[in-house]
Design a protein around this ligand. Sequence first.
Ligand SMILES: C[S@@+](CC[C@H](N)C(=O)[O-])C[C@H]1O[C@@H](n2cnc3c(N)ncnc32)[C@H](O)[C@@H]1O
Length: 250
Amino acid sequence: MNAHAYDALYASGLTGSRITRWCQQQVFGTEDAGDLHAWSWASRGEFDSLRNALALAPGETLADFGCGQGGPGLLIAAQSQAKLIGLDQSAVAISNAQQWYLVTTKAVQAQFVQKDILQSGLQAASLDGAMSIDVVQLLSDHHLFFREVARCLKAQKVFAFATYTVPGMPGTQNYRPALEKAGFKVEHYAPTAGWRDRYRLLFNYILANKHTLRNEVGQIADVLITEANFLLSMIDNPQLERLVIVARKR
Ligand SMILES: C[S@@+](CC[C@H](N)C(=O)[O-])C[C@H]1O[C@@H](n2cnc3c(N)ncnc32)[C@H](O)[C@@H]1O
């Protein structure tokens, strides 16, 4: 999807829809990370892994690359008492992130910037940590992106992210070489326990409730219905994997 397609998605209310949240709560149970208005399905355990790996001290600066509407970055920044910079290509995502931030977590110092994360415009060696949720697999040039994140991080600081390997999607089967080449040491590279069963159930719940979803948000529901069908079509393919990756800048 390009930036305009994301604009339409984020303008629609699909990500905050009641029925989607209900499906997520039913399926994730204690692994539900809360209402983050996210266009992703990260679990509480994944957030804990990212936060622990980042190990930010109060007042340090975290960037969320491809932050969407800001919820995931705000969660980790708030838990770490860190400052947040959220970057996303979608103007609507950034505007919604600013509003969401103002009504929820004013305790966090945060700014949201509309930017292409391949050319973030952030200062070199300005970040104490970097994160990203469900963005890396979408990018056309992983080498360029990992180099950009490495450029912005201070030495010995961590880039922690959740992503997928996607069958047939070039460059997604093994992120290690591109990370190493960009100047990272890979410290953790592992699938999320239980993700496949959780996602199979979640997307089946969403499909079972597609009429309710269409009634709530209109035709834009088809974006999620298409994604559910797409993921379910390959859910048992071992080349589809959901990973948490932690890489430290050398
Ligand atoms: C699947 S969504 C995840 C959003 C957010 N991380 C979350 O968990 O809700 C992917 C996001 O990546 C952003 N994105 C993709 N490519 C980008 C790029 N080159 N520059 C900036 N943002 C990008 C999209 O606009 C979208 O908001």
